[in-house]
Design a protein around this ligand. Structure first.
Ligand SMILES: Nc1nc2c(ncn2[C@@H]2O[C@H](COP(=O)(O)OP(=O)(O)O)[C@@H](O)[C@H]2O)c(=O)[nH]1
Ligand SMILES: [Mg+2]
Length: 329
């Protein structure tokens, strides 16, 4: 990976890299992403310069439990979008095993079938090793694709944990995928993603119990249990089979209609504001954590000992570490 990095503090190299990204040069895009994922200070400078070139892409987040068919759907969506003449960036967050250290290989194999087409760029990111910085580097990687001019960016993430829910919420359009036979919509509730959907998709329509899953989701929508707050957008439930190539056209239309709706109703500004709000807070958390670990590690260890000795409680220890009063919230 290191050979992908420009030399440290090499302004000219960074300049060239940014120019490469902006012109859609694939090697530059890949290098810029590696740099962003490295979380090195030089990356912040480059990303800062890229920022003004972002904001054009339609970012679509897809989430759902593992095995619900997200990767297969991303591939089908990308193929359809390409037929429609749109360029597509794909970011897939692989839930990598802490034991094997590898990403779930199947995903990559399926998605690799798309390569060779200059209008598609695929990046897969491992959750392992990105402790604390996953959300930040995911947004940065999406920004690189945005700056590089991809029309639509598909962001696949497993709906597990707050971090991943936050990541998918940084999309303009959130698609929640449920598959029949996996415990239906209950899975989405458990994953905490049911209520963040702009579009619900029931995958694997070729399976016999798919219509039951659709009926269950629709019933919940009617109960008003889910939906996006004050928005006039009616959350659709779309039945698809990526395998049988069914419903993919509808899904692409619906994704486009949602983006159009956000613009027509003036909701896009509010959504973008929310996304930056979340990103800034995440980045702030990362910065504080990094700085504390770099500069105050000894103080942290001392506080751990004092907490163990029941000399101080964890909340007061945190306040002391930050140098703030434990009584001021
Ligand atoms: N029957 C059927 N199986 C599917 C369909 N889409 C995906 N699958 C299968 O479901 C499994 C999980 O798919 P994958 O896309 O990796 O799911 P992910 O974990 O959500 O990304 C794989 O074995 C796929 O072949 C479909 O439309 N019909
Ligand atoms: Mg997948």
């Amino acid at each position: 990976m290191n050979d992908e990095m420009p030399p440290k503090d090499d302004g000219a190299a960074i300049e060239g890299l940014i120019a490469g990204v902006l012109s859609g040069h694939r090697k530059s895009i890949a290098r810029m992403m590696s740099l962003a994922e490295s979380l090195r200070p030089v990356a912040r400078d480059a990303l800062a310069r890229l920022h003004r070139h972002t904001g054009r892409a339609h970012i679509v987040g897809l989430t759902g439990v593992p095995g619900s068919g997200k990767s297969t759907m991303v591939r089908a969506l990308a193929q359809k979008l390409r037929q429609d003449g749109r360029t597509v960036g794909i970011v897939a967050i692989d839930p990598s095993s802490p034991f094997s250290g590898g990403a779930i290989l199947g995903d990559r194999i399926r998605m690799l079938e798309l390569t060779g087409d200059e209008g598609v760029f695929i990046r897969s990111m491992a959750t392992r090793g990105a402790l604390g910085g996953l959300a930040r580097s995911t947004h940065d990687v999406v920004d690189v694709l945005d700056a590089a001019g991809f029309d639509v960016i598909l962001l696949e993430t497993v709906g597990v944990g707050q971090d991943e829910v936050d990541i998918v919420q940084a999309a303009h359009t959130v698609v929640v995928v449920s598959a029949p036979g996996l415990g239906d919509e209950i899975q989405a509730i458990k994953a905490g993603v049911l209520e963040i959907a702009d579009i619900h998709v029931v995958s694997k329509a070729d399976k016999p119990d798919a219509s039951q899953t659709v009926a269950n989701l629709r019933a919940m929508l009617r109960l008003g249990a889910i939906g996006t707050g004050a928005s006039l957008w009616r959350v659709p439930v779309i039945l698809t089979s990526a395998q049988a190539r069914r419903g993919i056209d509808d899904l692409v239309l619906s994704i486009g209609a949602h983006f159009q709706h956000l613009h027509d109703e003036g909701e896009i500004a509010e959504r973008k504001r929310k996304i930056f709000h979340m990103r800034i807070l995440k980045a702030t958390e990362d910065l504080i954590r990094e700085r504390l670990l770099r500069q105050n590690r000894a103080a942290l260890e001392a506080l751990v000992e004092r907490t163990l000795a029941r000399d101080i409680d964890p909340n007061a220890a945190a306040a002391e570490l930050l140098g703030v009063s434990p009584f001021v919230r």
